[in-house]
Ligand binder design. Structure first.
Ligand code: ADP
Length: 522
C-alpha cells in the first residue's frame, strides 16, 4: 500500500510541477502585464481627454485674439482710434459689453470707454482698481507684448458676477496702453464657445461647462447630462475664472472597456486555473481508483484461491481416508461423507458466487419471477444448511410468519442471497454461535431477516460492505475468515432486481442483522 501511495504522490507531484506551477506563473505574469497595459491605456486616454479640454481653452484664447487683432487693425488703419468702428465691433458681437482703454502712465481716466451697459462707470472703476492694485500683472502683459506675445488675463469681481474682464496690453502709437474687454460670461460660454464644443463633442461625448463653487452647469452639449459627478475629466477655463470645462463619455468609457477586459481576462485565468486543479484532482482520483482496483483484483485472485483450497483439501483428505478403507466404524464413515458433502456444498457456493458475479458484471444475469412464498425459499436453504449449522456448533431460531401470501420472486436468486447471508453469519461468528431467521411483513414489503451474534461491523465499514470485492480487514476473525468480497454485492444485486431494499444493522462485537425487503406484489 505504501508503494501505491508513493506512486500516486509521485504522479501528483509530476502534474503539479509540469502543469500547475507553470500555469500559475503564466497567470501571475498575465495579470501583471494586464495591469501594466491598463496603466498605459489609462495614460493615453487621459492625455486625449486633456488635449480635448486644451483645445477648448485654446479656442477661447483664439476668439479673444481675433477681437484684439480687430481692435489693433481699427487703430492702425485710421492711425487713430475710430470710436465708430469700435462701436461696430461691440455691436456685431453680442457677447462684448464694454471696451475700455487706459494709458499705462495715467490710468486715472480711460482713454476710451464704449459700453452697452448702464453701469459702465462702475465697471470702469472696478477695472481701474484692478489696474492700480496689480501693477506686476499689468507690467507682465506689457513685457509680453514687447516680445510680440499677446497675453490676455481673465478677471472677475464679486460685484458683477455675470461679467468677465479680459485685460490685455495695447500698443497705441508709442504709448503703452491697457485694453479691457468686458464680456457676458454666460453668453461667452453658450454662444461663443458652444459651436466649438458641439463640434468636438459630436455624438461621442458630453462636454459641459460648470461653475467651480456650486457645480452649476452653465452649458452642456447634451441634455442627458445634468450633473457634474459623472464627469471623467475637467479643467479650469483659462479666461473665465471660477468656471471649468469637463468631459463625460457617452456609452462605455475606455476605462470601462479596459476594466471590463481586465475583469474578463482575470476571470478566464482563474477559471483556467480552477479547471487545471479540477483536472489534476480528477486525474489523481482516477489513478488512485485504477491502482486500488488493480490491487483489489490481485487480492481477489489470492482470496478465491485460498477459499477454494480449503474445501478441496478437506474433500481430498476425507475421500482418501475412505478410499483406503481406514475407517471401520459406520458412524464415522457417515460423518466423513457428511464432511465431503458439506465441503462440496461450500465449493459449489463459491463457484456459484463467481459465476453469478461474472454474469452481473457482463449484464447477463437474468431473473425469472414466479409466484412463490419467501418461506419456501428459506425452508429449502435451511434443509440443506441445517447439518452444516449443527456441525459447526450453531443453534438457530426459525421464526416464519405463517400467513404470508405468495409474491413474485426469483426463488433461486433469493435462495442465493439467503445462502450468502447465512454463510457470512457462520464465518463471522466466534463464540456466540446463534443465528435467527425471521420472515414477516413490513408495510408494503415482505422480509427475510438473518441475525447473528457475531463480530459485527463498525460504522465506517458498513458503508462499503455492499461494494464488490470489499472485505473488512479489521478484527481478528474478519481478518482470518476467508472470502472473496463478492457475497454482499451479489445479495444487493438480487434485492435491487426485485425492487427491494436491504437494511443492515451491526455493532462491533454486538452481532449483525441483514433484512431483505421484497415488495408484496402477488
Ligand atoms: P466476504 O467474502 O468477505 O464475506 P461479503 O461481500 O460477503 O464478502 O462481505 C463483505 C464484508 O462484510 C466481509 O468481509 C465481512 O467483513 C463483512 N460481513 C458480512 N457479513 C457479516 C456478518 N454477518 N458479520 C460480520 N461481518 C460481516
Amino acid at each position: 500500500m505504501n508503494f501505491l501511495r508513493n506512486k500516486i504522490l509521485l504522479s501528483v507531484l509530476f502534474v503539479v510541477l509540469v502543469v500547475i506551477v507553470p500555469s500559475f506563473i503564466f497567470s501571475i505574469y498575465q495579470y501583471n502585464t494586464i495591469t501594466d497595459e491598463e496603466m498605459v491605456i489609462d495614460e493615453v486616454y487621459n492625455n486625449q481627454l486633456e488635449s480635448i479640454l486644451f483645445s477648448i481653452n485654446q479656442y477661447s484664447v483664439d476668439v479673444t485674439d481675433t477681437w484684439i487683432k480687430e481692435i489693433n487693425e481699427i487703430y492702425s488703419s485710421d492711425n487713430q482710434l475710430n470710436l465708430n468702428n469700435l462701436e461696430d465691433l461691440l455691436n456685431q458681437n453680442d457677447v462684448l459689453k464694454q471696451f475700455n482703454i487706459y494709458s499705462y502712465d495715467h490710468p486715472e481716466n480711460p482713454v476710451v470707454e464704449i459700453s452697452k451697459l448702464e453701469k459702465a462707470n462702475e465697471i470702469g472703476r472696478i477695472i481701474l482698481d484692478f489696474i492700480n492694485n496689480n501693477p506686476q500683472k499689468i507690467n507682465e502683459l506689457i513685457e509680453f507684448l514687447e516680445s510680440d506675445y499677446q497675453k490676455v488675463l481673465g478677471e472677475k469681481t464679486d460685484l458683477f458676477q455675470d461679467l468677465t474682464y479680459l485685460v490685455f496690453a495695447l500698443k497705441m502709437d508709442t504709448l503703452q496702453s491697457i485694453g479691457v474687454l468686458t464680456i457676458d460670461t454666460k453668453q461667452f460660454i453658450s454662444e461663443t464657445l458652444s459651436p466649438k464644443i458641439q463640434h468636438i463633442g459630436e455624438e461621442r461625448m458630453n462636454i459641459l461647462v460648470f461653475k467651480n463653487n456650486n457645480s452649476e452647469i452653465v452649458y452642456s452639449n447634451s441634455v442627458s447630462v445634468n450633473t457634474v459627478e459623472s464627469v471623467q475629466k475637467s479643467k479650469e477655463l483659462w479666461l473665465i475664472p471660477g468656471y471649468s470645462v469637463g468631459i463625460h463619455l457617452t456609452g462605455n468609457t475606455l476605462n470601462d472597456l479596459v476594466r471590463k477586459r481586465v475583469r474578463t481576462v482575470i476571470f478566464l485565468v482563474i477559471l483556467f486555473n480552477l479547471l487545471i486543479i479540477f483536472g489534476t484532482w480528477f486525474l489523481y482520483y482516477n489513478v488512485k481508483k485504477e491502482m486500488e482496483l488493480a490491487k483489489i483484483k490481485s487480492d481477489f485472485v489470492s482470496n478465491v484461491s485460498h477459499e477454494l483450497r480449503t474445501p478441496l483439501a478437506m474433500i481430498s483428505m476425507y475421500s482418501e481416508t475412505l478410499m483406503m478403507d481406514r475407517v471401520k466404524d459406520d458412524q464415522k464413515k457417515k460423518e466423513y461423507y457428511e464432511v465431503i458433502q458439506l465441503e462440496t456444498n461450500r465449493l459449489n457456493g463459491i463457484v456459484n458466487n463467481i459465476l453469478n458475479f461474472s454474469r452481473i458484471e457482463n449484464n447477463k444475469r437474468s431473473y425469472s419471477f414466479n409466484s412463490c412464498s419467501i418461506n419456501e425459499a428459506v425452508n429449502e436453504v435451511i434443509h440443506v444448511y441445517k447439518h452444516e449449522l449443527r456441525n459447526k456448533g450453531f443453534t438457530y431460531d426459525l421464526i416464519l410468519s405463517e400467513d404470508l401470501p405468495k409474491i413474485k420472486i426469483d426463488k433461486d436468486a433469493v435462495k442465493d442471497a439467503i445462502i450468502n447471508l447465512i454463510s457470512n453469519s457462520i464465518k463471522y461468528s466466534e463464540n456466540n454461535k446463534h443465528i435467527g431467521i425471521i420472515t414477516n411483513t413490513e408495510g408494503k414489503y415482505q422480509f427475510i431477516e438473518i441475525k447473528d451474534k457475531g463480530v459485527g461491523i463498525n460504522e465506517k465499514e458498513q458503508k462499503h460492505i455492499f461494494e464488490k470485492f470489499y472485505r473488512v480487514r479489521e478484527g481478528d476473525l474478519a481478518y482470518k475468515a476467508q472470502g472473496s468480497g463478492l457475497g454482499l454485492s451479489i445479495v444487493k444485486h438480487i434485492v435491487d432486481a426485485h425492487n427491494g431494499r436491504i437494511i443492515a444493522n451491526s455493532k462491533p462485537n454486538g452481532g449483525s442483522s441483514f433484512k431483505l425487503l421484497f415488495p408484496s406484489i402477488t
